[in-house]
Design a protein. Sequence first.
Length: 366
Amino acid sequence: MKILQVGLGNNPGGMEAFVMNYFRELARQGVSFDFVSMYGTIAYEKEILELGGRVFYVPNVKKDYFGYIKAFRKLLSREKYDVVHVNMLSAANIVPLRLAKQAGVRKVIAHSHNASAPGIVRKLMDGMNRPRIKHYVNEKFACSEKAGRWLFGDKAFERGEVTLVANAIETDKYGFSESNRRKIREKLGISGDALVVGHVGRFQVQKNHEAILRIFHEIQRKEPAARLCLIGDGELKEQIQEQAKKAGVLDKIIFTGVCQDVERYLSAMDVFLFPSLFEGLPFTLLEAQANGLPCVISDQITGEAVLSRENVTMISLAESPEKWAKAVFKMKEAGRIEREEAARRLAEAGFDIHKEGQKLMLLYGR
């Protein structure tokens, strides 16, 4: 079976994590993916090639629309794919769906990984294109009910036209490690039992780093030894660093950049802070819960991503930074969930990649 994955960017985020988690699992069974990218580079390229995948580059559709179409059509004609799986954060670009349909691909999949479209232009394109998706696809996937309803509409979801495909992870990989905690805290220069509040996410509007700074400022007022660990990169990073400098907390914040070993850093944290403005079903929240970390998250995140209210507190974005800070201190006192219990909860909720990988292969073949 020849499968083409579309939509991955050059910055590893949740959508990229989804595809790679399934690729790693299915590669063990001899299944390979091809990838197409319009960004000049693609996240995880080295690993993709090591796993037997291939990467094809096409012009950026925003800069060379006709060049993009010509190159994409040529790829589809030459490779004769059985499945074209288009991973989407919005419907701003549905050209791959149309081209796959025109090329006679047996299975064309639109997969919703988000629950909103930031930016005026993207919102306009998204609004125009969403009704057209149904004409090009024969499968609609979504990471959550919220993401499915948003991209495909309530009626399509209620008619059972949308298949939920879990953002599954390798639970053992993210389990808490005392050794990793010690090594990473030493590497970051964190002394003793200082409170470490952590976040994993791209520096973009969706992840709400400005709110993270406001909350951390309140935490600092009550616990000066506390540190904030921000993992990721993105277009707003320098802006957030400047705001942190003005707030007088820059020297208390650790900017790690993109990490390929996020699981080790999770063990070094005490509380996971996630005040996103919107999400489909965030991988990083699942990974934090797999680590047993207590989490404080926004009420804009789907309840499907919450495995237990025991160590996850959900707060309205309208609440004050003081209230968020109080929740962080309260969750720190609650402590971690035991490693085995955390893994059990993820598996029971359907987020174990070993089981979900088999389901995806059946969906590709049906």
